[in-house]
Design a binder for this molecule. Structure first.
Ligand code: SF4
Length: 380
C-alpha cells in the first residue's frame, strides 16, 4: 500500500483542532486535505464547519437562467456551449429581445426572485445591447434580481465600449445589474490558462474585475472548473487567491466548484470525474475558504445525487430551480434542465437539512411550502 493510501487520521485530527479554534489553514494544509484518503472524515470536518456558520440550514433560490446567445469569438478547449454561427437547428443561436423578455416574464410570473444571465462573447453585438437588455427586463419585471455577466463578459464589454471596467459596471448597475455570477475563472493558473483557454482573460484579470466590482459594492460569486488537466496544487492556489481577494474587499458570496463535462468539446478524451471527486472539492473549498460565507453544490453540473450528498460534505446551498440551462447540457449534462421548488426542498430535507428559500443576496424569502412539510428526516 502506498503512503498516500494510508489514512493518517492524526493529520485530520490536528487540522480539525485548528479549524475549531478558528485558525486559518495554510497551502500545505490545503494539499493535505486534497491528499487525505479518509473522505468521509474530511466531509464530517467540512460539514461541521458549514454547520458552525449556518446550522442545519441549506438555502436554494427560485430562479431562471437566460443564456441569451452562444455565439462567441473564442474557442476555449473545455467549452461545448460556444458556436460561431447561428444555424437552423438552433445549435448556434441568438435570442431576440422578445425571447429574452418572454423568459423574464415567465420567471416573474412563476414567482422567481432572480434571473441569471450569461452568454458567449458575441463578436457583433455593440456594447449598448447589454445595458439595453438589463434595462428592458428591469423596467418590465422590477421584482427580479439581475445576476448577469461573468467577469469575462464584463471585460469584453469594456473593450467594446472603449471604457474602463469601472465605467462598464457603473453603467450596467444603472441599467439594473444586481450582482455578478462567478463563472469564467476556470482555474486561476497561468499554466492551465495557456493550455486550454489561452485567448480568454488571464487569471489575474479575472481577479482584478471581481476586485473592482467588490470595491464598487457589487457582490459576486466565484467558481473553479475541476476535473480536467488541473493539478492539485493549482486548485489550492486558486482557493488561496480567492481567499486573499476576499480578505481585501469581502465581496464574494459563494464558492461554486463546477464539474467539467467532456462531450462536444476539445477535451473529450478526458474522462469525467465522479461523485467522490466532487465531494472532496466541496469539502476542501469549505475548509480553506474561511472567509466566504457560502459553498454551493451546483446540481446541474454535479448531478442530483452527488449534489445532495454534498450537503453533508460542507455545502450549504444547492442553487435554484434554473428552468432552462444550456451551457452544461450542450456538454452532455444529463440532469434535468430545471427543478421545481418542492423537489429542491425535498432533496435538502432528505439530506437531513432544513431548506430555506433565499434571494440572490442570501436574504431569507418565505416559501409557500413552509408549514406544510413534516420535520426533516434525521441524517442516516
Ligand atoms: S468558455 Fe465562454 S469565452 Fe470560452 S468559448 Fe465558451 S462561451 Fe466563449
Amino acid at each position: 500500500m502506498s503512503a498516500a493510501a494510508t489514512p493518517d487520521r492524526s493529520v485530520l485530527r490536528a487540522l480539525a483542532r485548528r479549524v475549531e479554534a478558528g485558525e486559518r489553514l495554510t497551502r500545505e494544509d490545503g494539499l493535505a486535505l486534497y491528499a487525505h484518503p479518509d473522505l468521509s472524515a474530511l466531509g464530517a470536518l467540512a460539514n461541521a464547519a458549514a454547520e458552525a456558520r449556518h446550522g442545519d440550514r441549506v438555502t436554494y433560490n427560485v430562479n431562471r437562467h437566460i443564456n441569451y446567445s452562444n455565439i462567441c469569438r473564442l474557442s476555449c478547449m473545455f467549452c461545448s456551449f460556444a458556436k460561431k454561427l447561428v444555424d437552423e437547428k438552433g445549435i448556434g443561436y441568438e435570442f431576440t429581445m422578445e425571447q429574452i423578455l418572454d423568459r423574464a416574464r415567465e420567471a416573474a410570473e412563476a414567482g422567481a426572485d432572480e434571473v441569471h444571465i450569461v452568454g458567449g462573447l458575441h463578436p457583433d453585438y455593440p456594447y449598448s445591447y447589454y445595458p439595453a437588455m438589463l434595462r428592458a427586463i428591469r423596467d418590465r419585471y422590477p421584482s427580479l434580481h439581475l445576476k448577469a455577466f461573468t467577469a469575462v463578459e464584463v471585460d469584453w464589454f469594456a473593450e467594446l465600449a472603449g471604457k474602463p471596467v469601472e465605467w462598464v459596471l457603473a453603467d450596467l448597475r444603472e441599467a439594473g445589474l444586481g450582482s455578478l455570477p462567478g463563472g469564467g475563472a476556470e482555474v486561476l493558473s497561468d499554466r492551465v490558462h495557456r493550455k486550454i483557454f489561452r485567448d480568454k482573460m488571464p487569471p489575474a484579470r479575472w481577479l482584478e474585475v471581481h476586485g473592482i466590482a467588490h470595491r464598487m459594492g457589487i457582490r459576486s460569486n466565484a467558481t473553479l472548473l475541476y476535473g480536467h488537466i488541473e493539478r492539485v496544487e493549482e486548485k489550492v492556489d486558486h482557493l488561496l487567491a480567492l481567499r486573499d481577494l476576499q480578505d481585501r474587499h469581502g465581496g464574494f458570496m459563494t464558492y461554486i466548484p463546477l464539474r467539467f463535462h467532456n462531450e462536444y468539446n476539445q477535451l473529450k478524451n478526458i474522462p469525467m470525474v465522479r461523485g467522490v471527486h466532487s465531494l472532496r472539492e466541496i469539502a476542501v473549498g469549505r475548509l480553506l475558504l474561511d472567509n466566504v460565507p457560502h459553498v454551493k453544490a451546483y446540481w446541474i453540473m454535479m448531478g442530483l445525487d452527488t449534489a445532495q450528498l454534498c450537503l453533508q460534505y460542507g455545502a450549504d446551498d444547492i442553487d435554484g430551480t434554473v428552468v432552462e440551462e444550456k451551457i452544461t447540457h450542450m456538454a452532455g449534462g444529463t440532469t434535468p434542465e430545471g427543478l421545481d421548488e418542492g423537489f429542491l426542498r425535498n432533496l435538502i430535507r432528505e439530506a437531513g437539512k432544513r431548506p430555506q428559500r433565499r434571494d440572490t443576496l442570501y436574504n431569507p424569502v418565505p416559501s409557500r411550502f413552509e408549514g406544510t412539510e413534516s420535520p426533516a428526516a434525521a441524517p442516516a
